[in-house]
Design a protein around this ligand. Structure first.
Ligand SMILES: [Zn+2]
Ligand SMILES: [Zn+2]
Length: 392
């Protein structure tokens, strides 16, 4: 029987750069509350990781100098010398500014992902979800793109070391999963697959289809950079076609997926034009793949998502409904415009600066059509074909 665990460390709520920063952890609370309102998350499904990753594991992913600087910058009043080093390690102002307590909160996030992977590998649960995780831009030697410690890479490193399992990492965030790719670029036992908006117009600028791994890891990295304004059908077509080819090649023992939900049309940081439909369909495909290829072993992580009111709670709840085989999902499939619970809407509308959506999926018939749809679809198809030739 399938079991699903929901990892949650209260300290992940302290991962706050500053009040006006787009990375807003209230989305974790909004999601959890939505799930509880529809009776889809019980106390016995929630797990709090008790152990933090040790220095040995941290150093599998990050260089010691970087870890030291993160620690030094985590105090209330960092020493001048540490502040002087902040820029060199990506932690100065801009996207990823240092803040008091960042070492502890980033570590608690890493703990959630590592523990999720451990529970799945030990057979304590079939699937595990850790929405606090998915900080895929953190690099071995620096912080980047709102990410300090790369929890996804740490979970993979742990699985490799402790169990020797082959890992398929699937990154569905609208931004290229560059940090995770970088960590395992030469490793043939870790396959990284990222589908994202082309780096031509979007951070971090990498993730071209030609990036395929190096050395022994050559052929174990796949990137699908999609055109701006890509919509549901084209996104899903590209994702599904490539996923099957990737699975054949990767033959994983474990799937770790990253679920940034910033490819939605309402997300303020990107230019894709997808609706909630991809966040319904894509988890289903990954779930099926996990059962087909790795006896169900599946760890799902959060990631980006900057419309915390209209997009993230629905997208991440749909993911958990899929992982936990919740019957509400069949109801949503039959009636995509099924209403969200009134209590949740009333509770959060008072805090939200925008009108909350009333339904689980979006009514895309009311959206303006994208003028270059055919051109975009063809162009994306071409990218899939190139990726496919690399997978043979
Ligand atoms: Zn399952
Ligand atoms: Zn993102």
């Amino acid at each position: 029987m399938d079991k699903a665990a929901y990892m949650y460390h209260p300290d992940s709520l302290k991962y706050v750069f500053h009040q006006n920063h787009p990375f807003d952890q209230r989305r974790l609370t909004l999601t959890r509350d939505l799930l509880q309102q529809v009776d889809a998350l019980s106390i016995d499904q929630i797990f709090v990781p008790t152990e933090l990753p040790d220095h040995h594991l941290l150093q599998q992913v990050h260089i010691p100098e970087y870890i030291d600087v993160v620690k030094q910058l985590s105090v209330e009043h960092p020493a001048t010398k540490a502040m002087d080093h902040a820029a060199q390690y990506g932690l100065h102002q801009g996207d990823t500014p240092y803040f008091a307590g960042m070492h502890q909160s980033a570590l608690s996030i890493a703990a959630g992902s590592v523990t999720a992977a451990q529970m799945v590998m030990e057979g304590q649960t079939t699937h595990a979800l850790h929405l606090g995780g998915g900080l895929h831009h953190a690099m071995p030697q620096k912080g980047a793109g709102f990410c300090i410690y790369n929890d996804a890479a740490l979970a993979i490193a742990h699985v490799r070391e402790a169990y020797g399992a082959r890992v398929l990492y699937i990154d569905t965030d609208v931004h290229h999963g560059d940090g995770v790719e970088m960590c395992f670029y030469t490793d043939p036992d870790v396959f990284t697959y990222s589908i994202h908006e082309t780096g031509k117009y979007l951070f971090p600028g990498t993730g071209r289809v030609e990036e395929r791994g190096a050395g022994e890891g050559f052929g174990f990295t796949v990137n699908l950079p999609l055109e701006p304004y890509t919509e549901d059908d084209s996104w899903l077509e590209c994702f599904e076609t490539t996923l099957h080819q990737v699975l054949e090649r990767a033959r994983p023992d474990l799937i770790i997926s990253q679920h940034g939900c910033d490819a939605h049309a309402l997300d303020p940081l990107s230019h894709l034009h997808c609706s909630m439909q991809i966040y319904r369909e894509m988890p289903r495909m990954i779930h099926e793949a996990a059962h087909q290829w790795c006896e169900g072993r599946w760890v799902a992580l959060g990631g980006g998502g900057y419309d915390i009111w209209r997009v993230v709670p629905r997208a991440w709840s749909l993911l958990w409904l899929e992982m936990s085989n919740h019957p509400l999902l069949q109801q949503i499939d039959q009636e995509p415009l099924l209403s969200l619970p009134e209590v949740w809407l009333e509770r959060w509308q008072v805090e939200s600066p925008v009108d909350l959506p009333r339904t689980w999926l979006d009514d895309v018939t009311r959206w303006e059509p994208i003028p270059r749809r055919d051109e975009i679809t063809l162009s994306n198809r071409k990218i899939c074909e190139i990726a496919a030739t690399y997978l043979k």
